[in-house]
Design a protein around this ligand. Structure first.
Ligand SMILES: *[C@@H]1O[C@H](CO)[C@@H](O)[C@H](O)[C@H]1NC(C)=O
Length: 110
């Protein structure tokens, strides 16, 4: 479930955008893995996820980059949670840019 969650969130938001639903802000899902040394890997692959101590998935909204939802497994400290949130908020910038490019391309075609 955790593996698919961030994908589903992104697909859901893009689907809503594509349907032309008026939305005040966008949202995206980003996954963050912590290894035994506390190293952070964003968007981990299957192997990185297996070797991780914890995996956290966040839904971030685009206006203030607030955390809308979070799902996690494994053990992590309060500091690691904050570090993951910060890394995820940064990564969400790229995803929102990707959304905008996608929509721009889509509507410039028709
Ligand atoms: C964490 O990162 C450091 C520095 O890149 C690396 O040497 C270490 O092996 C990493 N830890 C794990 C458990 O992968």
């Amino acid at each position: 479930m955790t593996r698919l969650l961030s994908c589903c969130l992104n697909a859901a938001c893009m689907g809503l955008m594509d349907a032309g639903l008026p939305m005040r802000s966008l949202f995206c899902g980003v996954k963050c893995a912590l290894d035994n040394d506390g190293n952070i890997t964003l968007d981990p692959n299957v192997r990185q996820e297996k070797e991780s101590r914890a995996v956290l998935t966040f839904a971030i909204e685009s206006l203030e980059r607030k955390v809308l939802m979070m799902s996690s497994r494994g053990l992590y400290s309060a500091t690691e949670l904050q570090q993951c949130i910060a890394a995820t908020q940064l990564a969400s910038k790229k995803l929102f840019q990707f959304y905008r490019d996608f929509i721009t391309r889509r509507y410039s075609k028709s």
